[in-house]
Design a protein. Structure first.
Length: 543
């Protein structure tokens, strides 16, 4: 029989603040054997990450505390309450962790080499030269191209997939017995997700390590795990093998999670509906400057000669990897990014209009950004955020009428109007995204750019936001440019799909044709990554 590496028993975690105690984890028990993968799944706030952080005793003590009777044993050694010397011997050596967001987990002031070297020098006592050689091996192991060049890179100079690979290299530096992977593919492109999952599987087979895999994406769980524990409101509500959980779910919450994938198709609209936004040969080139005099030596062609037409009541889905130019295209159409080419809104040429001339049209062209927490002012209440556009555009005859319009906008996105006096940090991710949508919709726009509006949301919340956007589109005959790397969401929203790569269009056809019969190798690679999560076509996608 395989050795039991980790035993978690009766784990409870409380966060204590003056006058308030929050039970984040309640009586959680599970174990992990050598070489196996166990998944903790559930929505945000279910207690998954708190449970994982408890294993390495990384919770913010003394604000967080374990309830009496909590036990976490690694190879029979109790970690709850263990002293720092014991924990230091375990952390990063026998047990390592890949954190959810590499950009916030990697030190922005240190190069890649220094950050990985530190792990090796602290735990293995390697010299600087030996650590550098081992770091190069690790970067090659996680398939980062040109590892010699990447040694001197800072985190902000790497793509999302590269940063995640650096995090994996750091976690694997000492060949741990147990790897904790906390949402390692949450916000990366589908092709990068497929590559990272395959990489983790290959490394696990090669090193014989066990994995605790934490995610809200059940399609990932099915490919990676042997056993699953479903968490809800801090408790494990169902446990079993992958086959049992997916084929015979018993708990209503598990059944709801499995049914939460966005379904349906685009809102029915006349195929000959009038165009709202038309663009021809759009180019956005960013200069590359070098030398003491900062002369332009080249250009980054973020968008290179793209044409698109978005009709009333229709959705054009734009897909592609990070860096393909999707967001830049959306900003260019809204005249929020300088571009060359022809742009017409409702038959009127807006390319070249002054900022003052363009301002009256702004209320009819809106955008919902990818990260609502970053795009909502933390110093303004929700009511002030949603109502700001009314004041800017002089809508509503007085404060009372504007207040009523704010209430109606919140009701339209299914939020309690009484919450308008609260601030963004007091809402969940899904609620913040609804606030961002309400801010755009209150101005009664005709064209809306939706930039990854569901990328970091739980599956059930994704489905709710997709349903809400379709409902608003049908009610107001909105034209959407829907930007996403999630092809399942694109399929549920789009009339036609534009596939972008390196600033150019690879394929642009009706959605059904794209999904049923993709022509370009790159499109086929995206489909394989999104729907099968199997090997990506050789050479079709960059690492």
């Amino acid at each position: 029989m395989a050795e039991t590496l980790l035993q978690v028993a009766r784990l409870g975690v409380e966060f204590r603040q003056p006058g308030n105690t929050v039970r984040a984890v309640r009586n959680v028990s599970f174990d992990i054997e050598q070489g196996e993968t166990v998944a903790l799944v559930g929505e945000s706030g279910s207690g998954k990450s708190v449970t994982a952080l408890s294993v390495l005793q990384l919770l913010p003590y003394p604000v967080a505390a374990h309830t009496p009777g909590s036990s976490i044993r690694f190879r029979g050694r109790e970690l709850v309450g263990a002293d720092e010397n014991v924990l230091r011997a375990v952390r990063g050596d026998q047990v390592s962790m890949i954190f959810q967001e590499p950009m916030t987990s990697l030190n922005p002031l240190h190069i890649v080499e220094k950050q990985i070297n530190e792990v090796l020098m602290v735990h293995k006592g390697l010299s600087r030269n030996a650590a550098r050689a081992r770091t190069l091996e690790l970067l090659d192991l996680v398939r980062i191209r040109d590892p010699e060049q990447r040694l001197k890179s800072y985190p902000h100079q790497l793509s999302g997939g590269q940063r995640q690979r650096v995090m994996i290299a750091m976690a694997l530096a000492n060949e741990p017995d147990l790897l904790i992977a906390d949402e390692p593919t949450t916000a990366v492109d589908v092709t990068i997700q497929a590559q990272i999952l395959k990489l983790l599987s290959d490394l696990q087979a090669r090193l014989g390590m066990a994995m605790l895999f934490i995610t809200h994406d059940l399609s990932v769980v099915r490919k990676m795990a042997s056993r699953v524990h479903v968490m809800h409101a801090g408790s494990v509500v169902e446990s079993g093998s992958v086959d049992e959980i997916f084929e015979r779910p018993q708990h209503p919450y598990t059944q709801r999670l499995l049914a939460a994938e966005p379904k349906g198709g685009a809102v029915a609209a006349p195929p000959d509906a009038p165009p709202v936004m038309t663009a021809q040969d759009i180019k956005v080139w960013f200069p590359v400057k070098a030398g003491v005099l900062r002369r332009t030596v080249g250009h980054v062609k973020a968008v290179n000669g793209i044409s698109v037409k978005v009709r009333q009541g229709h959705t054009v889905g734009v897909v592609g990897e990070s860096g393909s130019g999707k967001t830049t295209l959306g900003l260019a159409l809204l005249r929020l990014e300088k571009s060359k080419g022809s742009i017409e809104f409702d038959g009127r040429v807006i390319q070249g209009l002054s900022w003052k001339s363009l301002r009256p049209l702004r209320r009819e062209m809106q955008i919902v950004f990818q990260d609502p927490f970053g795009s909502l002012s933390p110093r303004m209440s929700v009511g002030q955020i949603i109502g700001e556009g009314l004041s800017v555009h002089g809508l509503g005859k007085d404060e009372a009428e504007r207040e009523q319009m704010i209430i109606e906008a919140l009701e339209e996105v299914y939020l309690d109007p009484d919450t308008r006096h609260r601030y963004p940090h007091e809402f969940s991710g899904g609620q913040r995204q609804r606030i961002a949508i309400a801010r755009a919709m209150i101005l009664k726009p005709r064209f809306v750019v939706l930039d990854e509006p569901t990328s970091a949301l739980d599956m059930s919340v994704q489905a709710q936001i997709v349903d809400l956007l379709r409902e608003l589109q049908a009610r107001h005959k909105l034209a959407y440019l829907f930007i996403s790397h999630d092809l399942k969401v694109i399929r549920a929203m789009s009339d036609e799909v534009m596939v972008m790569r390196d600033g150019q269009v690879v394929e642009h056809r009706p959605a059904d044709e794209i999904f049923d019969n993709p022509r370009a190798p790159y499109t086929r690679a995206l489909m394989a990554a999104a729907f099968d999560l199997e090997a990506v076509e050789e050479g079709a996608v960059r690492t």
